[in-house]
Design a protein around this ligand. Structure first.
Ligand SMILES: [Zn+2]
Length: 179
């Protein structure tokens, strides 16, 4: 199990407990001392993703990672954040213990994860996944993010979606255009 923060290959177990039908282990990286959690469980028969057109495809962690990486390309994310997101999602999937999952549910999980990680990556993923049909739908989504951030800026450690001055400028322009 590689450290999700620095990628080092070895860690020690600092806590271990049974959860449902698996084992949860709290680990500490031997190199950077970061702590992370792993779940060990018996893998049920393969997990299938049911696509929109009803085709079933075996769940692939690689595919999940590729999709997330694409959305996060060139974003200033901490090392290991992408792998960690994919791992968390996979853990959740297996935790549900179901034999199949709708691709829409999986997509929502990715969007939820990206939203708390990086707004730009989130918008990128959402624009493909939700198939925004026009710029208005995309803009509505961005506006939602901006107003959520304006209301609760302390909840996020992300870079601001818009620099303050720019944001004020846009608001001003909008008003001007309306008048
Ligand atoms: Zn580490």
């Amino acid at each position: 199990m590689k450290c999700p923060y620095c990628g080092y290959h070895d860690s020690k177990v600092i806590d271990s407990r049974d959860v449902n039908d698996g084992v949860r282990r709290r680990r500490q990286c031997l190199k950077c001392s970061s702590r992370f959690t792993t779940y060990e469980r018996l893998q049920p028969a393969a997990l299938f993703v049911v696509k929109k057109d009803k085709r079933r495809e075996e769940f692939s962690q690689d595919k999940l990672l590729t999709g997330i990486r694409k959305a996060c390309e060139k974003r200033p994310l901490p090392t290991g954040a992408i792998d960690k997101l994919a791992d968390d999602i996979e853990a959740k999937l297996y935790h549900q213990g179901k034999a199949e999952i709708q691709s829409a549910v999986l997509g929502d999980m990715v969007m939820e994860g990206l939203k708390s990680l990086d707004y730009i990556a989130y918008i990128r993923f959402a624009s493909v996944y939700r198939e925004f049909t026009d710029i208005t739908a995309l803009k509505e989504e961005v506006d939602t993010l901006i107003s959520a951030e304006a209301k609760a800026p302390q909840l996020t450690s992300q870079l601001p979606l818009l620099p303050d001055e720019e944001f004020a400028g846009i608001t001003k322009n909008r008003r001007r255009n309306r008048n």
